[in-house]
Ligand binder design. Structure first.
Ligand SMILES: NC(=O)c1ccc[n+]([C@@H]2O[C@H](COP(=O)([O-])OP(=O)(O)OC[C@H]3O[C@@H](n4cnc5c(N)ncnc54)[C@H](OP(=O)(O)O)[C@@H]3O)[C@@H](O)[C@H]2O)c1
Length: 375
C-alpha cells in the first residue's frame, strides 16, 4: 500500500487526485492540506478518513478543530512540514496554488518520497535548489502539469544529448483570436478547454501560465532556454512534443483530462487503465500548430527574459504576477496592465543567487512593489 500526502486537496487538481486515488487499489491518502476552505476539507475528512490534516489559515483551522474528533489537525505552514515528518508517506502530491510548501517539499525529498508536482511556482522560484536536492537524494520528481508530463513520457529512456528542442503546447486561452483591450473578468475566467482554479485560469489568458511552464521545463529537464519552445495548439489534444536531433518528433496525445497526468505521476513507469475517457482517434478532425504571438501576450516574453537572467528573477516574476492577478481579481487592475506591472517590478530588481530564505524575501519584495505601485 502506497501512502500519500495530498497538499491542496480542495482545489481543482486536489479533487481530481482524490478521484484518481479512490479507484487505485494500492494507494491510500494519509494526509490532506488546504488553505482556508474548511467546509470542503471537512467533507474530505469524512470521505477519505486521513490520519492527519492541515489547514494553513489559523482562524479556519480553529473552527475545523471544533468540528472534528479522532483526526490529528495542525494549523499553519509548519503543520505541513510536521505531516511530512510524521505520516511515513511514500508519495507527496503538491497542488497548492502557491510555493508556500517549499520547506515541506524539501523535507519530503530528504525523506526520499516520490514528489508528484502540480505547483509550477515551486520550480519557478526555487528550481535550482529543488533539482539539486532531487539529484542529491536520488528521488523521483514527476510532473503533473500536462505539458511536462507529456515531455516526461516522450523522454523516458532517451539520452538527453539526443534532444534538439521541446515544444510546450498552449491552447492559446480565451483570447487567441480576440482583441484583449477592455476585456471583462468573466471573459478572462472562461478557459476554452480546461476547468481550473482562478489563478491559473487568469495566467492562461495572459499566457503567463505558459511562461511559468517554460521556466518549469528548464528545471525539470535541465534544458537551456533556447531549446524550450512554445507552440499554439488550440485543440489541446497533443500535450507537448520533443524533437530529436534526427528531426523525429514524439508527441503525447490524449483526452485533455488532468486525471491522466495525475495517475501517471503516481504509477510511472507503469500504466493502469485510464481514469478518463479514451481519445477516439477517428473523431479527431484536425491538429493544428502555430507560433505564439509575443507582442499580444507580453507575459510570455517576460518569462523568457526572467529565465535568461535566472537567479532570483524568476521568483520575482512569479510573485509579481501572483500579486497582480490578485488585484485583477479584486477589480483593481486592468487585464492589459498585468504585464506592465510585472515588467516594472522586474526592471527594479537586481537578480542574485541565494537560498530559500533569500528567494522568499525576493518574492515578498516583489509583492510589496506591486502593492505600492497599485495602491
Ligand atoms: N488545475 C489545473 O488543471 C492545473 C494544471 C496544471 C498545473 N496546475 C497547477 O496546480 C496548482 C493548483 O492549481 P488548481 O487549479 O488546483 O488551483 P485551485 O483550484 O485554486 O486550488 C488551490 C489549492 O491551493 C490552496 N490555496 C489557496 N490559496 C493558496 C495560497 N495562497 N497558497 C497556497 N495554497 C493555496 C486551496 O485551498 P482552499 O481551497 O482552502 O483555498 C486549494 O487547495 C497551481 O500551481 C497550478 O498552476 C493546475
Amino acid at each position: 500500500m502506497k501512502r500519500i500526502i495530498l497538499l491542496g486537496s480542495t482545489g481543482s487538481i486536489g479533487r481530481n487526485a482524490v478521484a484518481v486515488i479512490k479507484q487505485l487499489k494500492d494507494y491510500r491518502i494519509v494526509g490532506i492540506a488546504a488553505y482556508a476552505n474548511y467546509r470542503s476539507l471537512l467533507q474530505q475528512i469524512q470521505d477519505i478518513k486521513p490520519e492527519m490534516v492541515t489547514l494553513l489559515n489559523e482562524k479556519y483551522c480553529r473552527m475545523l478543530k471544533g468540528k472534528v474528533r479522532g483526526v490529528k489537525i495542525t494549523c499553519a505552514e509548519e503543520g505541513i512540514t510536521e505531516m511530512v515528518e510524521s505520516t511515513n508517506a511514500d508519495i507527496i502530491i503538491c497542488a497548492f496554488s502557491s510555493s508556500i510548501s517549499i520547506d515541506a517539499i524539501l523535507k519530503a525529498i530528504k525523506k526520499k518520497m516520490r514528489i508528484c508536482l502540480a505547483t509550477k511556482e515551486i520550480l519557478v522560484s526555487f528550481g535550482d535548489i529543488v533539482m539539486r536536492e532531487v539529484k542529491k537524494n536520488n528521488v523521483l520528481l514527476i510532473p503533473i502539469d500536462s505539458e511536462h508530463s507529456a515531455i516526461y513520457q516522450c523522454l523516458e529512456g532517451k539520452p538527453r544529448e539526443d534532444i534538439l528542442r521541446i515544444y510546450l503546447t498552449a491552447s492559446g486561452g480565451p483570447f487567441l483570436d480576440k482583441n484583449i483591450k477592455n476585456v471583462k473578468k468573466s471573459d478572462v475566467l472562461k478557459h476554452p478547454v480546461w476547468k481550473m482554479g482562478k489563478k491559473i485560469t487568469i495566467d492562461s489568458a495572459t499566457m503567463m501560465n505558459k511562461g511559468l511552464e517554460v521556466i518549469e521545463a528548464h528545471h525539470h529537464f535541465n534544458l537551456p532556454t533556447e531549446k524550450i519552445k512554445v507552440v499554439i495548439h488550440p485543440q489541446a489534444l497533443c500535450h507537448s512534443l520533443v524533437q530529436f536531433v534526427d528531426g523525429t518528433l514524439l508527441a503525447q496525445v490524449s483526452t485533455p483530462d488532468m486525471k491522466l497526468p495525475i495517475q501517471y505521476a503516481l504509477t510511472a513507469p507503469h500504466r493502469l487503465p485510464a481514469p478518463a475517457k479514451y481519445l477516439d482517434i477517428h473523431r479527431v478532425k484536425k491538429l493544428t500548430f502555430q507560433p505564439p504571438n509575443f507582442k499580444k501576450f507580453p507575459c510570455l516574453r517576460l518569462a523568457y527574459e526572467a529565465l535568461a537572467v535566472g537567479k532570483s528573477m524568476p521568483a520575482v516574476l512569479n510573485a509579481a504576477n501572483a500579486e497582480a492577478v490578485k488585484f485583477f481579481l479584486d477589480d483593481k487592475l486592468r487585464f492589459s496592465d498585468i504585464p506592465k506591472v510585472i515588467q516594472m517590478v522586474m526592471k527594479k530588481h537586481s537578480a542574485r543567487q541565494g537560498n530559500v530564505k533569500f528567494y522568499l524575501e525576493a518574492e515578498e519584495w516583489a509583492r510589496e512593489e506591486v502593492r505600492r505601485f497599485i495602491c
